[in-house]
Design a protein around this ligand. Sequence first.
Ligand code: FAD
Length: 289
Amino acid sequence: NRPISELFAQKRPLRSLEFFPPRDDAGVENLRAAAEALRRINPDFVSVTYGAGGSTRERTTQVSAMLKTDFGLTVMPHLTCVGHSRDELNELADRIYENGFRNIMALRGDPPKGSVEFKPAPNGLRYANELVALLKARHADLCLGVGGYPEKHPEASNEDVDLDNLKRKVDAGASFITTQLFFDNTVYYRFVEKCHARGITVPVIPGIMPVLSLKQVRRITQLSSAYLPPALIKRLEAAHDDADTSEMIGIDWALTQIRGLLANNAHGYHLYILNRARSALALAAGLAA
Ligand code: FAD
């Protein structure tokens, strides 16, 4: 698996997809079927999220290995600071590296459910920039991605502070930024401008999620505090909870977003596909048309 930073230098636009580790074996089989279907569109890389704790964390390793070995994909496992000491993070970094991965998405992780404040594990790390530094010190040739928040991270007191903190991650050695999902491209364009003004010059990959329903998008925007454009709400409301119609609206909205982003020089796009192949395939077809 080659470093994604090499791909940035060679190809544009890059298309990446995000999977999450399923809870059970049936979920892994569904994911395998989705990966099989997605072969057709040949994503440049895929990423696999890291759970808040428990057994899905092992599945990040399992699913990442499966996607790399069985499907020949360039895979970027995610890693968070939650619940891990520095020693454990170094061991996890070694394991990922020895298994042939050269990319990691380095994150702090969220506070556990029910608490608002993030608490580092004993002898653990407090912020993602510390994880970037730890991983780089351990394996200098790892390519690291980090998260960016066009609508500000919910815990940051203001945008400027958040951008300073984003810059810390880049200065510590991150090669690119993948953004939190957003539904209005102007939010992304403003963010990229602000990154540039701050001296952040690494690629900022827009994170796009084709929505599945009004209920889903309301829940997600509550968590991420992303702006939900009234035009999108109106169209979803008119679908009256019909799953297929809602999904088509989500795909159409994402397609318009991606067309605009690529026309405005984005390096590529990252799709939050929730382990489903359908929307990614429809988007690829729409973009090729
Ligand atoms: P940080 O960059 O550490 O930022 C967290 C907060 O602290 C921000 O408010 C920031 O402004 C502030 N801050 C940062 N550094 C400093 C500093 N040095 N001093 C003072 N303040 C600071 N979560 C998972 O659990 N698993 C996943 O796989 C996962 N994947 C994700 C993928 C992407 C692309 C994104 C955008 C998010 C993902 N998340 C994931 C969610 C993420 O863990 C949460 O958003 C988390 O709350 C913040 O993580 P971070 O790495 O951005 O943290």
